[in-house]
Design a protein around this ligand. Structure first.
Ligand SMILES: Cc1ncc(COP(=O)(O)O)c(C=O)c1O
Length: 373
């Protein structure tokens, strides 16, 4: 029996042609025409002025937080239900993470809790659009503006998603001072490994470009006025990104078709299916489900049963407040976020890659039905 993978990328366009061009011309490192083109085109797609391509989404977040030069030790509010990349960006910049729980239907940060956690020490908020569903940015932008806080948007899972803000649909990746993306192989468009920071601010863009590239001197190359990293993306990766971007409308549409098929076939089962707010256009990056309390096993057992039937799934994030690594640092002691804790134990996502076929979706649904009925 062959396994249905949780994700398989699709490289159906000019990827090979563009990569071949890099190899034939020798532009295989971080200079080259595809880098500049991918930055320009991805920024334009998201409605931003500048794009700064980097090695992956994790360093995009770290670089973005660094670029804001926030007061050392100040607090950044972020969701507990997210990947460790988010908290690492905060900690590695000498800042303090403050967590909030998530909304039980969209799994995105609960903005009412954000407002309650704002203190004199708060300097920024990091909204994370989970599984392609946007955070309530209309509300969050108002809160940030009211309290004079900066926003670092983590749009790593939300390529092509949109959010209604002040009556206008805006793409995820266009909110706040800085927005971050990942182009890992399971994302709606991929460069293999890769990331990008977007901004409308000329000065921030300049700082991001410098720090991504070891802050080499402009007049004298090996003269350094600031500290930086080598977080560069290669022209080879950007070449794949340019080709992927030519097909993004089709990729996003396919995710919506996939979700519609799953919704139809899985309705009526003891599962919470993805919910989309009326003010949101989710890109359904991953088709996430949460077991009802009536189901007598948890998501880990469910995943094993699916695997036994030839279907790979992926568990939900374990909340940051439950991670031993941060608890051992003395963080989040006594803190509890019940929604995050519940969905971690009851949730997983089904195969959702670009390459999934209708037949595979039908088989996955049959497996779910077999296990749950
Ligand atoms: C919400 C979120 N932020 C950041 C990242 C980090 O991206 P990368 O894997 O490219 O480092 C991911 C990875 O999937 C993610 O899901």
């Amino acid at each position: 029996m062959s396994l249905i993978p949780v994700n398989e990328p699709l490289l159906p366009g000019r990827e090979l042609e563009y990569v071949t061009d890099c190899i034939e011309t020798g532009w295989i490192s971080s200079a080259g025409k595809y880098i500049e083109r991918f930055e320009r085109e991805w920024a334009a797609y998201c409605g931003r002025k500048h794009g700064v391509a980097v090695a992956n989404g994790t360093v995009a977040l770290e670089l973005a937080v660094s670029a804001l030069n926030l007061p050392p030790g100040s607090e950044v509010i972020l969701p507990s239900f997210t990947i460790v990349s988010c908290i690492e960006a905060v900690l590695r910049n000498g800042l303090r993470p403050v967590l909030v729980d998530c909304d039980p239907r969209t799994y995105c940060m609960d903005i009412h809790q954000v407002e309650k956690k704002i203190s004199q020490k708060t300097s920024a908020i990091m909204p994370v659009h989970i599984y392609g569903h946007p955070v309530n940015m209309d509300g969050l932008l108002k809160i940030a503006q009211h309290h004079g806080l900066r926003i670092i948007e983590d749009a790593a899972e939300a390529h092509g998603a949109e959010c209604l803000v002040s009556g206008t649909w805006r793409r995820c990746g266009s909110f706040g001072e800085l927005s971050c993306f990942s182009f890992y192989a399971n994302k709606n468009i991929t460069t293999g490994e890769g990331g990008m920071v977007l901004t409308d601010d000329d000065e921030l863009a300049e700082r991001l470009r410098n720090r991504r590239n070891l802050c080499f001197g402009l007049k004298e190359r090996f003269h350094h006025e600031d500290r930086g990293w080598n977080y560069r993306m290669t022209n080879l990766q950007a070449a794949i990104g340019c080709a992927q971007l030519e097909n993004i409308a089709r990729f996003v549409e396919r995710k919506l078709e996939m979700a519609a098929q799953y919704n139809k076939r899985l309705s009526g089962l003891p599962l919470q299916l993805p919910y989309v707010e009326p003010w949101a256009k989710s890109s359904i990056w991953m088709y996430a489900v949460v077991l009802d309390e009536s189901v007598p096993f948890d998501a880990f057992e469910f995943a094993q049963k699916m695997l036994d039937m030839g279907v790979q799934t992926r568990p939900f994030f374990k909340g940051l407040h439950e991670q031993p690594v941060y608890r051992n640092m003395g963080l989040f002691e006594g803190e509890s976020f019940p929604i995050t804790e519940r969905i971690y134990r009851r949730g997983l996502y089904l195969p959702s890659g670009q390459a999934i076929t209708d037949e595979q979706i039908a088989y996955v649904c049959k497996a779910v039905q077999h296990i749950l009925i």
